[in-house]
Design a protein around this ligand. Structure first.
Ligand code: NAP
Length: 493
């Protein structure tokens, strides 16, 4: 697959839909023209016609019943014809804007469509369909036509939103190079970024693509939800249910906000640690194996691939924690507790309730939290493709690894300052259960310690060499009968 916009500078000068280039296909595709035919008069047809007319292309729409189309549905410039009438005037491209189950109803147009480019815009009805794609079936039904798959990932809405709002990629594939080139040119003329996907067999993947529901997000979302339920359940058991059962202490009001705001930072912290943990596993494996040329286990490969999604989910949880925390002073229970605390101080005759250590502690944990969230948001912004692609490899690594570890360190410090020395008090372990933040901080602390370990000079030097292609002796490929240079030492084999 390659992005056509980089390689089409020459094609830009060629006339739209011209047939002047030498074709690898035996048949000429179409004469010089700016006419496109659309079969079908539904939503896609209407939007496509609008876009084509807006780009200066003559459009003929072929319908089963011209009289049924209300006036004003299509732009005035569009000519409405019967299916046969439109097919008889095709000189080049025909968009099949109907559902694939109705393709066979067009078999009577076979001879009129022979040698023409048929663009299949349909999508699959289900994701796991076996056998030929809609486009391949269309090619079987019209063996004398040149079938191109394309525009199926563009919605009718996208087609309508302005001829030059071409931020969308359009995937196109065909077994006919000449026919594909015509459609690629037309797509570019319409303001899209065409992407050549190769032969017609790629249409199976292309037809299933619009039906997929966040394929790379399912694992990270599941992990985040499981973590949330774990921490929420843990907090409920430790802070609500057990105190109620043991002491009759009713604090069920904590379920709505308190426990959620207690679980979110824990999830954010663990998820962020999970972003950096697979990198540590990968580095350890490379060190142990003494080579980078052996594949990682499948699970580690998968885990490495979903780091971006895990990072963004960590950012979401951290941002929600920030908003929940800002709302905390508005809570009735907070106001009630402040009044009670003030009343108790007055009653006890305390005149200066200033708590120097408490002030430092709250300022430090708030400061680390805000800074950590700021760095995380920077990471989130650089994960946007448009921003990420403007960075070179070193800049990207600096942001994702250097700043990423800074965000993790700040988040851990935020948690540790919040916990202060309470984690060392026995009363913090009610019902023999440590507080949530102690549970949450364990994995990130371990990740940071391991990272520091990998930064030790004798380890980082070896890892750096392995990543530049060096291999330990037992991994080196031996070329029989040839002198080989392994790890800088010449050997005669
Ligand atoms: P639609 O609104 O239901 O239009 C389908 C059209 O097919 C009908 O208006 C009808 O036009 C025509 N047709 C021709 N022969 C037919 C027959 N025997 N029985 C029934 N209809 C027949 O559907 P659409 O949304 O435009 O979608 C058309 C194709 O575009 C589908 O393959 C779809 O997967 C694809 N697509 C649509 C979108 C989108 O956003 N809508 C996006 C990407 C791809 P006449 O009555 O004028 O003949």
């Amino acid at each position: 697959m390659f992005l056509l916009r980089d390689s089409m500078a020459d094609d830009m000068t060629a006339p739209l839909l011209s047939d002047s280039e030498s074709s690898p296909d035996a048949q000429p595709v179409c004469p010089s023209s700016r006419t496109a035919v659309i079969l079908g008069s539904g939503d896609f047809s209407r939007s496509l016609a609008m876009r084509l007319v807006g780009c200066g292309v003559r459009v003929l729409v072929g319908t089963r019943c011209v009289n049924r189309i209300p006036s004003g549905l299509f732009p005035d410039a569009v000519e409405l014809k019967s299916q046969e009438g439109a097919a008889s005037q095709v000189d080049c491209v025909v968009f099949m804007a109907l559902f694939p189950e109705h393709y066979s109803s067009l078999l009577g147009l076979r001879s009129a469509l022979a040698g023409k480019v048929l663009v299949d815009v349909s999508n699959a009805a289900e994701t796991n369909i076996r056998g030929p794609s809609n486009a391949e079936r269309l090619a079987e039904l019209f063996p004398d036509s040149l079938v191109v798959k394309g525009f199926n990932t563009v919605s009718a809405w996208d087609l309508q939103t302005g001829a030059h709002d071409g931020s969308k990629q359009v995937s196109i594939c065909s077994d006919s190079a000449n026919a594909k080139r015509k459609v690629l040119q037309l797509a570019q003329h319409m303001g899209f970024h065409p992407v050549d996907m190769g032969g017609l067999s790629a249409s199976r993947e292309m037809e299933a693509a619009p039906l997929r529901l966040f394929p790379s997000w399912s694992g990270p979302i599941l992990v985040t939800f499981l973590l949330f339920f774990f921490f929420y359940g843990y907090g409920f058991l430790r802070g609500v249910l057990l105190p109620f059962l043991a002491q009759g202490h009713n604090v069920f009001y904590r379920l709505a906000l308190d426990l959620v705001n207690e679980s979110l930072p824990a999830v954010a912290l663990v998820t962020l640690a999970l972003v950096y943990l697979p990198g540590l596993f990968a580095a350890s494996l490379q060190l142990w194996r003494g080579t980078k040329y052996r594949r990682f286990p499948f699970w580690l490969d998968k885990w490495l691939q979903c780091r971006k999604e895990l990072g963004l989910l960590s950012f979401l949880c951290a941002a929600l924690h920030g908003v929940f925390s800002i709302c905390a002073p508005l809570r009735r229970v907070t106001q009630h507790k402040s009044i009670i605390a003030a009343y108790k101080q007055v009653e006890a005759g305390v005149e200066e309730p200033w708590d120097e250590v408490g002030v430092w502690r709250s300022d430090l944990y708030l400061s680390c939290g805000v800074l950590g969230l700021g760095v995380l948001s920077l990471l989130g912004i650089t994960s946007l493709p448009s921003v990420g692609s403007s960075l070179n490899w070193r800049e990207f690594t600096f942001v994702q690894s250097g700043l990423g570890y800074s965000a993790l360190t700040l988040s851990v410090m935020h948690t540790l300052f919040f916990g202060w020395d309470f984690a060392f008090h026995t009363e913090a372990y009610s019902f023999f259960m440590p507080p949530s933040y102690v549970v949450a901080a364990s994995l990130p602390c371990a990740v940071l310690v391991c990272r520091c370990f990998l930064l030790l000079p004798f380890i980082s030097t070896r890892l750096g060499r392995i990543r530049r292609g060096w291999e330990s002796g037992h991994n080196c490929p031996v070329l029989q009968g040839h002198p080989v240079v392994a790890n800088g030492i010449s050997q005669q084999v």
